[in-house]
Design a protein around this ligand. Structure first.
Ligand code: ASP
Length: 350
């Protein structure tokens, strides 16, 4: 149900969507979003209020950092009572990381926070940005008859698909279908109508929305490959202040079974570093009991990340360590789903 008194806050962080072509040189340059409606005149026909905030210095999303996630949370918290929904325009390259981080930092949302962007600049005739933006705006204000938002969670909308943000990965650097959610179904699909899968969308719990700002970036990702050396592993494990590692393993969570490998992982676990096993496969889950090699990792204290994406797992570790939890508490919380990021029982609070 579309409410014509509705309002959306559009937050422009940077990325391809905000680029236009210089008419004389043809080079791409950032658009001043105050003039957005010149490029997307359809916005005027949406008949609800759209306010715009832009980062002072729009960034390519490869320059996204935890500090900027905090800036986004600050903007959303400050404006939360004033708008029905929030759209974050973001470069596609790290959009899945930002969506994952925000899903933990914005707890118990009652309003949509939708990230979108485009593969072609909004100032290009064939842009995919217009459609992504216009449909994301419609979704941001869609509500049921009682006035409850249809999608009170952090999502990515891209090429007709609305996905849970912390389930997404960027899958294509050129195609308009740039994202997928391999381990969780699509939340809504836009065709002639927008069809929502209401039973798959998170519902707000009791109590207010909470805004979290603490993140600890002392975590890293190790991707296994045949030939990875003991030196590489040891060098990584000895990074000062390292607290957690996302270990991208093979298949259902498998890794080399040689003592050289297991001993290094064991030493790190004994030093108190939390190691989480996620699969390099785009889809499917870690099952550490399935093969001996997974079983061996489990015995030395490696945790299963189940079907969590790397993007969600690494930002979840930052979030949990950021809250000053003990290693034991972080281990417990990593085994739970906090914001729908993992297909296991729901988490309690940290
Ligand atoms: N490099 C750009 C970015 O992520 C790509 C994009 O926007 O699609 O900011």
């Amino acid at each position: 149900m579309l409410d014509h008194n509705a309002s959306v806050l559009l937050i422009y962080t940077g990325g391809t969507i905000g680029m236009i072509e210089d008419t004389t040189t043809g080079a791409l340059k950032p658009l001043n979003f105050d003039y957005l409606s010149e490029y997307v005149p359809e916005l005027k026909r949406l008949r609800f209020k759209i306010d715009i905030i832009q980062f002072e210095h729009p960034i390519d999303s490869s320059d996204m950092y935890p500090e900027k996630w905090k800036d986004l949370v600050r903007i959303i918290e400050d404006n939360y009572p004033l708008y029905d929904g929030f759209i974050i325009l973001h470069g596609t390259d790290t959009m899945a990381y930002s969506a994952s981080a925000l899903s933990f930092m914005l707890e118990n949302l009652s309003k949509p926070v939708i990230l979108t962007g485009s593969q072609l600049p909004i100032g290009k005739i064939r842009t995919d940005g217009k459609e992504n933006l216009i449909t994301a705006l419609e979704i941001a204000v869609d509500k049921d008859r009682q006035g409850n938002a249809f999608v009170p969670e952090v999502c990515i909308f891209f090429q007709n698909l609305l996905m849970r943000g912390n389930r997404t990965s960027k899958i294509n650097a050129a195609n308009f279908k740039a994202f997928n959610s391999f381990n969780y179904p699509i939340l809504a699909e836009a065709g002639t109508n927008i069809i929502y899968q209401h039973n798959l969308i998170l519902k707000p719990g009791e109590g207010p929305t909470k805004f979290h700002y603490w993140l600890d970036p002392n975590v890293t990702i190790i991707k296994l490959f045949p030939g990875i050396s003991a030196d590489t592993l040891r060098a990584t494990m000895s990074i000062p202040h390292l607290k957690g590692i996302i270990l991208e393993t093979y298949g259902a969570g498998n890794a080399p079974t040689g003592n050289w490998f297991l001993n290094i992982i064991k030493e790190a676990a004994e030093k108190g570093i939390i190691i989480v096993n996620v699969t390099q496969c785009a889809s499917g889950s870690v099952e550490m009991d399935r093969y001996q090699s997974g079983e061996m990792l489990k015995e030395i204290g490696v945790l299963s990340g189940y079907d969590t994406t790397t993007e969600a797992a690494v930002t979840k570790l930052m979030f949990l360590f950021g809250h000053g939890l003990s290693r034991e508490e972080v281990r417990e919380q990593m085994e739970l789903s906090l914001a729908g990021e993992t297909t296991i029982h729901s988490g309690n609070k940290y």
